[in-house]
Design a protein around this ligand. Structure first.
Ligand SMILES: [Zn+2]
Length: 509
């Protein structure tokens, strides 16, 4: 009898030992799938020679290290000025870039040097909720499919720890690329909801332009770029003064002069530095190739990939481009048909870096609005559709054109589930955003742009008050606001006329 009891005890212990999940996590009844946060490109610190004396962070790099390396260029500057020898200076600059970033380059198969590593986060707690998500950090350089495989393991761990049979993704920027690769490779079985925030699902034009070595500086774009960096333009007197200075420099022609100098350097040095340092390093990374839009993909491959020495890399980038980016609409629609709730957030009306030909593409500053929204028709930044523009896709009278006559969402992969936030800078969230995301994660059913009157399809970001309001037509702004949004001569004249009229009313009154 005693022996039988001990046999039973041993059996029970063994059974528990082989299936720890069975006791660790009875199924959870909170009704809220645990959320895995798929962060953007900077989610993991990449470290060279970790654990040694020479340990150096290469991504999220130490500023002191960066400055000390670039300061070594200082002695070459007087020589450059004296001899005008750009090649010699270029060589020094390239050497420095390679010292600092060279070890980030992957090999011809798109595989990292063993010297460069990062720490994969381990999840140990089963605690979960809307305010407690699981942070998924990854190496942005490798193929999104390889990252998706790591994510699959993370999904299994989270399910086991929390006792849920599904998880939700909150994807920010590049996190959306990883989510898309995940859907393509592993389907929807484990997925409850996905919120995509400013994600380059169809790429971003900047990547293709850099990979095909197209650089140009546009003055108007540079001015807008400078001005949008100024906080709360309308209420801040210092910002208003800076704004006036930026505009003043423009009128006095100083910007033109500065730009000529910048163009001169780009001409003299740009091509060499791109060819010998930037392009070889960054085009070795399949993760960054996922950002190249279809518009430039073939051209960029032709320019940057050696089909013999980089065959492995080529196959990885083709795999993502043709099977995920090119099929984004199909993947998203299939996921929705499988019952996954999908939400897409795209920002607009922010000037992107003025260094590239696509400076007129409207964006959140980083990702083109047409790509983050998976297919909207978007007018050039600060412009509206021509008179008589008709919606790209007719949905029996349902209107998908923005009140500011700037975006047509009817051609989106999921027109009913795509929101546009005017003036939202790439991945800059405030409590108003978080409230919107919370609503999306909390809802048992798929919400649409018609579900909640507080959140129509087109929202104006109100950073000062942590909220949104509905986008209003341009005519509804005051002349002062119109001039601030679009500082054209016509709007200036309108503003002056308005001020004079009001001034005379004051005098008469
Ligand atoms: Zn739960």
């Amino acid at each position: 009898m005693k022996r039988l009891v001990s046999l039973i005890i041993v059996t029970v212990i063994l059974a528990l030992a082989v299936s720890p999940a069975a006791i660790a996590s009875p199924s959870c009844s909170c009704g809220q799938s645990p959320i895995i946060f798929l962060s953007g490109l900077g989610s993991a610190s990449l470290v060279r020679d970790a654990g040694t004396q020479d340990e150096q962070r290469l991504w999220k790099i130490d500023e002191a290290y960066l400055v000390s390396e670039f300061l070594k260029l200082a002695p070459s500057v007087p020589k450059l000025i004296a001899n005008g020898d750009y090649d010699a200076f270029g060589d020094e600059l390239i050497k420095t870039i390679n010292t600092v970033f060279g070890d980030l380059a992957l090999d011809g198969d798109g595989v990292s040097s063993e010297r460069v590593t990062y720490e994969l986060r381990e999840y140990t707690s089963g605690e979960h909720g809307l305010d407690r998500d699981y942070y998924f950090a990854y190496d942005f350089r490798i193929s999104p499919f390889e990252t998706a495989a790591l994510l699959k393991t993370a999904v299994e761990t989270v399910k086991e720890l929390t006792g849920h049979d599904k998880v939700s993704f909150k994807a920010s920027s590049m996190g959306g690329v990883i989510a898309m690769a995940y859907l393509s490779a592993y389907g929807t079985e484990d997925i409850d909801k996905i919120v995509f925030i400013n994600c380059p699902i169809l790429g971003t034009e900047v990547a293709g332009e850099l990979f095909t070595k197209q650089l140009e500086i546009n003055k108007d774009a540079l001015i807008r770029y400078g001005e949008q960096a100024l906080p709360a333009l309308d209420n801040d007197p210092i910002a208003a003064i800076l704004y006036a200075v930026i505009e003043g420099l423009d009128i006095s022609g100083i910007w033109d002069m500065l730009l000529l100098t910048a163009d001169f350097f780009i001409d003299k040095l740009g091509e060499k530095v791109l060819n010998e340092a930037v392009i070889p390093i960054f085009t070795s990374m399949p993760g960054l190739w996922a950002f190249v839009s279809d518009l430039y993909f073939e051209q960029a491959k032709g320019a940057a990939i050696n089909t013999e020495t980089q065959a492995g890399l080529l196959s990885k980038i083709n795999d993502y481009h043709y099977n995920v980016q090119n099929k984004a609409s199909e993947i998203l629609n299939n996921a929705k048909a499988d019952g996954v709730c999908i939400y897409i957030i795209a920002g607009y009306d922010m000037q992107r870096t003025p260094l590239v030909p696509s400076y007129l593409n409207d964006s959140d500053g980083t990702v083109d609005t047409k790509y983050a929204s998976v297919g909207a028709v978007v007018a050039p930044i600060r412009e509206t559709f021509a008179d008589g523009y008709t919606q790209a896709v007719d949905f029996s009278g349902i209107n998908y054109i923005s009140p500011d006559n700037h975006i047509d969402a009817s051609s989106c992969a999921l027109p009913d589930n795509t929101w546009f936030i005017k003036n939202m800078l790439h991945c800059n969230n405030h409590d108003g955003h978080r409230e919107l995301y919370r609503l999306m994660f909390e809802s048992d059913t798929q919400l649409t742009v018609f579900s909640d009157a507080r959140y129509p399809q087109f929202l104006q970001n109100d950073k000062d008050n942590n909220t949104f309001y509905e986008v209003v037509p341009f005519e509804n702004y005051t002349p002062m606001e119109q001039f601030m949004i679009s500082p054209t001569l016509l709007n200036l004249v309108t503003l002056i006329a308005f001020l004079m009229k009001n001034f005379s009313i004051l005098l008469i009154g």
